[in-house]
Structure formats: structure tokens, C-alpha cells
Ligand binder design. Sequence first.
Ligand SMILES: [Zn+2]
Length: 343
Amino acid sequence: MVQTQWNSPESASQSESRSEAHNNGSRLITIVLDGLRYDAAREYLGYMEHLVEQSSAACYKVISELPSLSRPLYEVLLTGTPACENGITSNQIVRLSEEESLFHIARNAGLTTAAAAYHWVSELYNKAPFNPFQDRHQHDERLPIMHGAFYFEDHYPDTHLFADAEHLRQSWHPHFLYVHSMNIDDAGHRYGGKSKQYEGAVRVVDSILAMAVPQWVAAGYSVIVTADHGMTESGQHGGRTREEREVPFYGIGRAFTPGAVEEPIPQLAVAPLMAALLGLPPSPRMSLHTVPGVRLPHYSKQERDQEEERQQERDQEYEHEQEHGQKCGQEREGDAAFTESRT
Ligand SMILES: [Zn+2]
């Protein structure tokens, strides 16, 4: 068997000093393992469980929002709003999100954002519909996801996906990097959530995490590993069974108290938690939840209102720039298809 080499080409100290130069706040890598059920994570993610056992990570049980489907839950995870409010109620709704996502919040605060993710993530926050010939690699600092590597086959290997993510990290030093894999979900649909193939896909990701996470932690990132939804034995999700709704949430970083927490947390708690880990206030639309064992700054109602005012000013500035750019004919090719959700 060929062993994949994950070592960074630059030394740890080089990487560290460059990271420092790009770091004006907290930095976060969020990994969403599509279709990973809670019990499978606790049984097969040996490396992640090692971190929990050795008091280096926290582990929670998250109850997913409904419907327990991918596209609606990407929106839940990234905007902290339920489907009945954000309108992304089905996988078949192909349009930009109308909510303020983590990518929007981070970009508007002057942070660098990046994602290695399934193309539906691009459709929600950058461009819809996805054109594989034009949209696979995206670099545009005006977009919510400034640097994106998007795949469009469910069997695109997770090994390659994590390599894409690491390429983005080394090239752009993002403050917020979103990494989203699909092979676990793919194996679940083909063979079922209790199959040896599903188990194998989970174990492959664990071995990738075992190589990637230590480097990311050393580079100063907080790391979250979670999932959108689970998977039934018959290879389904969308409903409200335990197998479909219970997903893991691992947290690594100073904000987390190590150890496994019994009390389940709602999935709507993830987005405001991610914002706080980036040192940013949540969007006004996010409902606030207390996550036990997490030590974060508290934002008052007044601070959130002030942030909303600043947001409106930034939106007006952005609109003005857009109009000015169009009048001056400076709009780059492809911009015609991009409609910013807040305009
Ligand atoms: Zn699925």
C-alpha cells in the first residue's frame, strides 16, 4: 500500500512565523464530515478519541436540525438559522443563501476565508448554479468564500479533499478554513450506515485527521470536527431518527474544556460558537445557545446592535463600490452571474 506523505514542505518554525504575520485574531478550521453518525465517530475515530482520552479535545453530541439533509444543514451550520427561516428546506433549492454566513461575517471583519468543500457550499455562498469548468477553483476577495476549491463528485477522494484544504491553508493563511468531505455519506448511501464500507470510510478520514490536525493545531488554529447529519442502516437520512440526527462535535483549542460531555447540544449552537472562536460577534439572526465547558467572550445586545449598524454601513459601501465598478466598466468577467445576497 502506498503511504501518503502529509508533511508540510516548510518547516514548523517557518510556518509558525508566517502564520503569526497573518494572524490578527483567532483562527479556526472547521471540518464537516458529511453523513457521519455519532456512534460511528465515537467507535471508529481512533485519533479523535485519543485526543479526548488524553484531555486534548472536547467531544459533544449534536442533535441535527430538520430536515436532516445536506444542503439545509450546510446552511444551518454556517448561518445558525433554521430551515423554516432561511428557506433552504430541500437539497433541490439551488440559490445563494439570503442569510449572513460565517464567511460573510469573517470577510466583513477583514479576515481571510477559504473552503475546500462540495460544490453546494459554493452555490450557497459564492455562485449559483455551479459551473464545474469555471467554479472549481475560485479566488476573489470580494466573495464570501475568498479562496475556494470545490468538488462535484460524491466519490471525490477525501485524501484529495484534505490535500486541497492544506493547499489553501499554506497558500492563503485563512483565518477561517472550512473543510467538507463526502466519502462517508457516499459509502452510507451505497452500502448503509452499518456496513463495513461505511466504517472503512470513517476510519480513512480518521487517519487523515491524525496527520492534518497536529499541523493545524501547531499553526495556531482552533479545530472543530463535526457532521451535518447521520445515516440509517438502510442508507438514508432526512428524517428524525437517532441515527439520522445524532452527530459528533469535537473541539480542539483553548476555548474548549477537554473531555466528553453527556448533555446534547443543538446544531444551531455551532454557528455562533464558530463566530466567537474567530473573535467575532454572531449575526443578529443567530439564536444564542450556551455550550457547556466553552469559555468565550460574551456579546451584549447593545454590542450586537452596534455590529448590525456597522454591517449596514459596510453593505452600503459594498453596494456603492459595486455600482461604481459597473459604471467604470471595471467588472471582471463572470461577475454578472454573482449576486450578493445582501444586495
Ligand atoms: Zn447524503
